[in-house]
Write a protein that binds this ligand. Sequence first.
Ligand code: ADP
Ligand code: MG
Length: 311
Amino acid sequence: MKAETGDRTIHILDPATVNKIAAGEVIERPASVVKELVENAIDAGARTIRIDLSSSKEAITAIRVTDNGKGMSPDDAVLAFTPHATSKITGIEDLDAIRTLGFRGEALASIAAVSRVTLLTKPHGTGAVSGTRVVLEAGEVKEQGETGTPEGTNILVQDLFFNTPARKKFQKTIGTELAHITNTIEGLALAHPEISVSLNHNGRAVITTEQSSRLLDTIARLFGSTIARDLVPVEFSGPLVSVTGYISRPAVFRKNQSRILISINGRYVASPPVNNAIIEGYGTLLSKERFPVVFLFLTIDPALVDIHVHK
Ligand code: ADP
Ligand code: MG
């Protein structure tokens, strides 16, 4: 809407433009798509999550996330792609008790606005015979109907940023994008040892974790049993916060902070003050330029955490 009427220079943006701008904030790169889809699968109670990536020489061409979570009804399958559509909160007061990773209802709408999406889903345990297939392009529903599909949800995202060329150009090499995706999956898998997570790239397995109640098993799967052997368990429970996880003995270290992973209520936080506090905790046991391996999971009353901050 470029028209200027009378003395007005201000105009209201059309919904398609609004959606594209909003999408730009939520979906920066392929790893953002992976993060949002895997978080949705976790929120849906999945016990198995599989991520399949396809790439050409230049770019990641397809991202598929398959879960065995609760699935969606035919109506929800379409509604899920509308901006601000969520099943996780109904009002602002619910934010103080939020236990899910998502709640804004903008991820699927944002992904769909800048790609081609095919959703297959069937609700769990309702005895539904067939599932639902929805195809969207640039946020518009192109096809919808019944389909045979297992219980759970399967979302395929293709041609990411096909309609936002500036964002497409900004994408880094496949190697960089894959590294971002791998980090994202590692973080989510560590926060959820009870879920089996696999990441495959062009048919080759990159990450596989088995369902286990033990975080140490997941750490060993992801980073090797040598690291896992040298970790010391941390267990603390106070009135405001409880902490579980593992930290390395001073003899085990890294040259950077990439293996300091902290989550609060299942959400990864990149917080320099928290990292610094941990590093300072080692005092003179670790010399300069040496960093510990840390996996710490904090549980805090949701009312004390500000989750309004993006990411
Ligand atoms: P949010 O996660 O913030 O609610 P999303 O846009 O990510 O918003 O998802 C919208 C809604 O679609 C969710 O609230 C949920 O009800 C449904 N949904 C999305 N992904 C899945 C999934 N993998 N399994 C079941 N339901 C899903
Ligand atoms: Mg979500």
